[in-house]
Design a protein around this ligand. Structure first.
Ligand code: SAH
Length: 369
């Protein structure tokens, strides 16, 4: 519950409300406590999310007196430092420093006229998937809703002229369903078309390692759902994704997918990381066809992106194509994810700190303060 000071005149109060962290209804309470008309809430949020201002002083359709009044009790907290690292293929990795000194990474991926932003939802990750660099960090903490929103705002601040984000994927650092409330709050602000960022929910995809019991919650958000399946037997999934598979074994996960209330014209996405000699055989492909039987879906194959210290290897291209062919012959829609941004450790599963520090092929292009 937000403690809003009711007396707003007089000297600065001892604490400051972070406007970015307020839900719409909390902001309404604040506006009411100031004695301002209700419509000011939308006006305030448009400044925060549509115009992306960093100071109350920039809210020029509020009178000078109103601005001073607000300044006495509130401030806008945004990332102060964002480093942009460019890949030779146009992918850009944004490394933002959080208030507590931790960092998170978001990645912008241009492809065929589209511009996708991959967002993080945790610093590190709750899970321990064996093929993922982020997992080696452990969970440092959940991101707050305003930090997830700030990933989008900070990227929008730094797009090239004429560029516009066409889609968002929650596939960066972390497990979004292990931080559901913050993710839901952030999505509400990102999708709101009156005062929010106005990015439609149908252009947003939330990817989960498979927290079966929480899939239903995603439907309520209106976004697309992707499930990282990555294995075709329980034994294999236990080895590759031990924690999540122990809590939500393969059969239960697939049952939850079958019960998922898919909106008309939507389908689920299954992601499948191809690990050379581990889960990339024709038998795996055949088993995958059987597992997905009757589910309206498409499949994204992700050839493993290597990182140092990890023993898995990327399968050769012929193997990847063969896997795709088996699925296609069974009538499934299958795509092979291009692994963009690998040189800047910006591709799937490459976000986060390396376990031990080593020289990287990173080219810091800009540093903003
Ligand atoms: N926790 C969520 C989102 C983050 S991972 C999830 O598991 O879906 C995003 C995607 O990257 C997942 O499909 C995951 O299986 C995949 N991935 C993780 N590490 C990878 C790697 N090293 N190479 C290729 N894909 C990887």
């Amino acid at each position: 519950m937000l403690a809003i000071p009711l007396s707003h005149a007089g000297p600065p109060l001892g604490h400051s409300i972070n406007l970015s962290s307020l839900s719409f209804s909390a902001a309404e309470q604040l506006i009411q406590s100031l004695g301002w008309p209700r419509y000011r809430t939308s006006q305030l949020f448009r400044w925060l999310y549509r115009k992306r201002v960093r100071t109350i002083d920039e809210m020029t359709d509020f009178s000078q007196t109103s601005r001073s009044q607000l300044q006495q009790i509130a401030k806008i907290v945004r990332f102060e430092e964002v480093q942009v690292i460019r890949s030779f293929d146009g992918t850009r990795k944004f490394v933002a420093r959080l208030e507590d000194g931790l960092s998170i990474e978001s990645v912008v991926i241009p492809d065929a006229g589209r511009l996708t932003l991959c967002l993080s939802t945790q610093v590190g990750c709750t899970l321990d998937c064996r093929f993922c660099l982020t997992a080696t960090m452990g969970l440092k903490r959940n991101l707050h809703a305003h930090e997830i929103v700030d990933e989008v705002l900070s990227v929008q601040d730094r797009l090239e002229p004429g560029e516009r984000l066409t889609s968002l994927v929650l596939m960066g650092m972390g497990e979004p369903l292990a931080n559901f409330d913050a993710v839901a709050d952030a999505i509400a602000k990102i999708t709101n078309s009156d005062w929010g960022l106005g990015i439609p929910a149908r252009r947003i995809t939330l990817s989960t390692a498979g927290l079966a019991s929480r899939l239903q919650d995603v439907a309520a958000l209106g976004v697309n759902l992707a499930i990282s399946l990555n294995a075709t037997t329980n034994a294999q999934r236990d080895l590759l994704m031990p924690t999540v598979n122990r809590l939500h074994p393969l059969d239960r996960l697939l049952a939850a997918c079958r019960q998922y209330p898919l909106a008309p014209h939507r389908r689920l996405t299954f992601e499948y990381v191809l690990l050379g000699g581990v889960n990339d055989t024709e038998q795996d492909a055949t088993r995958l066809v059987k597992l997905l039987n009757g589910i309206r879906c498409k499949i994204n194959l992700i050839p493993f992106n290597e990182f140092s210290g990890n023993a898995f290897r990327r399968p050769d291209e012929a193997k990847v194509l063969r896997f795709q062919t088996v699925l296609r012959q069974a009538g499934l829609d299958v795509f092979i994810r291009k692994s963009k941004g690998r040189d800047v450790l910006g591709a799937c599963g490459q976000l986060g700190e390396l376990p031990q520090h080593e020289p990287l092929l990173l080219i810091p292009a800009e540093a903003h303060c």
